[in-house]
Design a protein around this ligand. Structure first.
Ligand SMILES: [Zn+2]
Length: 486
């Protein structure tokens, strides 16, 4: 008995030692901030005026009709007029119907090129919400230190900051060593066909990009629990999505003599099972990479857990699963969204149908999700089909590539205090078209996003701070020259 107690005591001490040592080693990383360069000088008010001008074209993508070509072509003309050096120096073409592709030929054409991506379309303003805007959504007003309007955060900021950077580099006489493409899609907010057409064109020309940089993540402040420093999150992967249709058929008839369970009842049971049996959590890939960086900066109690995932994994998963936001970065999510039964209250349904939307985490596939649905529903009277073609999750890009290191180091010039960390993008971006094509894809815009900004993206009162935007342009200038000169 005493021997067992002694052995247990030794084990306990060993455990405490291991946990303590791992926690102590898991301290904030030494800053690798670049001190050899500073951001180039920029003219805040001129840059704001240019961005504001682009906001005034209502290049709205509607769900069923694709991009609005008239404002889109007017935007093209505006860009040509605003960035004359870029248009005079770079090859440029319209990729039908209205995407733009620029080519800045590098001095060494044997090197793989880089692709700077953005999109020119915006989401509509929700009907009835116009009056809630402090400045009308397409006014492009500059007031109180902000440029106001739809597209200031998503994603005319990307288009304009990229063009400003190139314009400045051309003016400076810079010539890239590696070819640079600028690829601006016309319908990211609906289908991303524009980005797909650009990729098809580049492929047909035998182009093999080293890296594609797109929107999708930013510098966040006050959004991640337990993290007080700004966090520059580089999206190294993004989730896929698919919608599964569940269909139950039955004889129908009058509702006065129903069977024990109608088609609606069978369907409801299937949906209930799916909600009660979510797909398993995965703490790997981009999210594990993020926790490895951010975890070091957390208060001691969280840091102990993050440093000792070998022991605390179930606890961490349990705690992350409790919030919808963190749960979404942990697993493939299950969301029943649409349901339909009979057309009349006294008619038994001949057919009941539901749509369940899944956001697929890297590591899983549309096929593995369908397999999960079959297993959980476990009812052969429920037909399981795809509602539309599935988009698989993206590959996970490297965090040790030269491009990633350049991006991370340039971010420290913009924001010396930021923790730079890889991350998983929950939504979809145009960069999914580069999956398996560009060697690596990084999703990052040099924007500052606080808690109040989250609801402005696709929401009301979208706006960007004039000074932050100008610093973002300076960052893009540094990034494009660094990526294209190595
Ligand atoms: Zn966007």
């Amino acid at each position: 008995m005493r021997k067992i107690a002694a052995a247990l005591a030794v084990l306990l001490v060993a455990l405490v030692v291991v946990v303590t040592v791992r926690t102590m080693r898991f301290a904030p990383a030494k800053s690798e901030a670049r001190r050899d360069v500073t951001l180039p000088e920029v003219n805040d008010s001129l840059l704001a005026t240019h961005l504001a001008g682009a906001i005034r074209f209502p290049t709205i993508s509607k769900q069923d009709s694709g991009p609005e070509l008239v404002p889109m072509r007017a935007l093209h003309a505006y860009l040509a007029q605003t960035f004359p050096r870029t248009y005079a120096t770079l090859g440029h073409e319209v990729v039908a119907p209205a995407s733009l592709l620029f080519r800045w030929t590098g001095a060494d054409t044997t090197l793989e090129p880089i692709v700077m991506m953005s999109h020119m379309d915006v989401v509509p303003v929700e009907a009835g919400s116009e009056s809630a805007w402090t400045h009308p959504p397409f006014s492009g007003d500059i007031a109180d230190g902000f440029v106001w309007g739809r597209g200031t955060l998503d994603d005319k900021v990307g288009v304009l900051s990229t063009l400003e950077a190139v314009e400045a580099l051309v003016a400076r006489g810079y010539r890239p060593r590696r070819t640079v493409y600028l690829a601006f899609g016309d319908d990211e907010e609906v289908e991303g066909k524009g980005a797909g057409a650009i990729v098809a064109l580049l492929k047909s020309r035998g182009v093999h990009p080293l890296v594609a940089i797109d929107e999708g993540s930013a510098i966040v402040r006050g959004i991640i629990p337990n993290i007080s420093r700004p966090a520059a999150l580089i999206g190294i992967a993004e989730k896929g999505h698919m919608s599964v249709k569940l269909t139950v058929t039955s004889a129908g008839g009058h509702s006065s003599m129903p069977p024990a369970q109608t088609a609606v009842g069978v369907l409801a049971q299937a949906i209930d099972r799916l909600e009660k049996h979510p797909l398993p959590a995965r703490l790997d890939g981009a999210v594990a990479g993020m926790l490895a960086e951010l975890g070091r900066e957390m208060p001691l109690s969280s840091r102990v857990a993050m440093a000792n995932l070998w022991l605390t994994r179930p606890l961490v998963i349990g705690s992350m699963s409790r919030s919808a936001a963190t749960n979404a970065s942990l697993r493939t999510t299950t969301a029943p969204t649409m349901i339909q039964g009979s057309p009349k209250e006294n008619v038994l349904p001949i057919r009941a149908q539901a749509i369940v939307n899944f956001r697929i985490i890297p590591g899983e596939t549309p096929e593995s999700v369908v397999e999960h649905v079959r297993k959980v529903v476990d009812d052969t009277t429920v037909a399981i089909t795809l509602a539309e073609p599935a988009t698989p999750p993206s590959p996970v890009s490297s965090t040790t590539s030269a491009a990633y290191r350049t991006l991370a180091r340039d971010i420290t010039v913009l924001e010396p205090d930021a923790i730079v960390a890889p991350s998983l993008v929950i939504g979809a971006t145009d960069s999914r078209q580069y999956a398996g094509y560009a060697r690596d894809v990084y999703r990052f815009l040099p924007m500052q996003i606080g808690p109040a900004d989250l609801e402005r993206i696709h929401g009301t009162n979208e706006r960007i701070d004039v000074h932050d935007y100008a610093r973002g342009v300076a960052f893009m200038t540094l990034l494009i020259s660094d990526l294209s000169s190595q």
